[in-house]
Ligand binder design. Structure first.
Ligand code: ZN
Ligand code: ZN
Length: 244
């Protein structure tokens, strides 16, 4: 195992992917040069709003109260980080991403009662997870839960049918349709009142149209939650070209 780890470290040494400085996959200096997402609009319709709060109109359609995002996706460094996390099994990147989330976004989250708050992630179908080895959103969410000292329920939501990659679909309705009936609440959390009055933070790596978050919130909407806050590392817009 140690030999395998050694080979792995040789292939993907822990160094900043932008400047090569050892220690982190994104060093603090290069982190500062990346373009931040402003979080000054409703993530679903684009109306101006404070700290990514959903606007009153969108709150009629979703139970997500707030969406917070760290970066704009269309930056080479960001794309490389997420590519390594998703496709090259560099799971330690999740730790660095969680630290950035923690420092950047935590001050924008107002938790009424941290004792009644928990973290989960957007789910991945079991087959896909077996092939990839892990759900990258779960990796980030797990690290984040340690930093925030909040309970982590990685299996709160379950993907019950495989779907096409959202990235392959170029409009919101196709993405919404792709996810329809694909997610359910894990049976072990359907017990009466288990989630009642809780705040749930749902973590994902990239948000595009928000279809995944919306589907997750739909599943959670019957659980009498206090609020749902969606956290994404990067925001990608459909007009942007993507290589990953
Ligand atoms: Zn650097
Ligand atoms: Zn809105």
């Amino acid at each position: 195992m140690k030999i395998l780890k050694g080979i792995f470290n040789l292939l993907y040494p822990i160094k900043c992917i932008k400047c090569g400085k050892p220690g982190n996959y994104l060093c603090p200096g290069c982190n500062q040069t990346l373009i931040r997402h402003k979080n000054n609009r409703c993530a679903f319709c684009g109306e101006l709003s404070r700290n990514g709060q959903s606007c009153p109109d969108c709150l009629l359609k979703t139970s997500i109260n707030q969406v917070l995002i760290c970066f704009e996706y269309d930056q080479e460094t960001l794309k490389s980080l997420i590519y390594l996390l998703k496709y090259k099994s560099v799971r330690l990147i999740a730790r660095d991403l969680a630290h950035i989330y923690f420092k950047e976004l935590v001050k924008l989250i107002k938790l009424d009662n941290p004792k009644k708050t928990l973290i989960t992630c957007t789910p991945m179908h079991q087959k896909k997870e077996l092939i990839r080895g892990y759900n990258q959103a779960s990796q980030i969410a797990g690290c984040l839960s340690q930093l925030l000292n909040l309970p982590f329920l990685p299996d709160l939501l379950v993907k019950i049918k495989p779907t096409k990659a959202q990235m392959a679909l170029q409009n919101h309705s196709a993405r919404k349709l792709n996810l329809k009936n694909s997610i359910k609440l894990n049976d072990k959390y359907t017990e009466k009142n288990l989630l009642k009055n809780k705040t749930v933070l749902i973590v994902d790596d990239i948000m595009t149209t928000g279809a995944t978050f919306l589907e997750c919130s739909k599943i959670l909407s019957g659980s009498e939650l206090n609020q749902i806050i969606a956290l994404a590392f990067a925001r990608q817009f459909l007009s942007s070209k993507t290589k990953t």
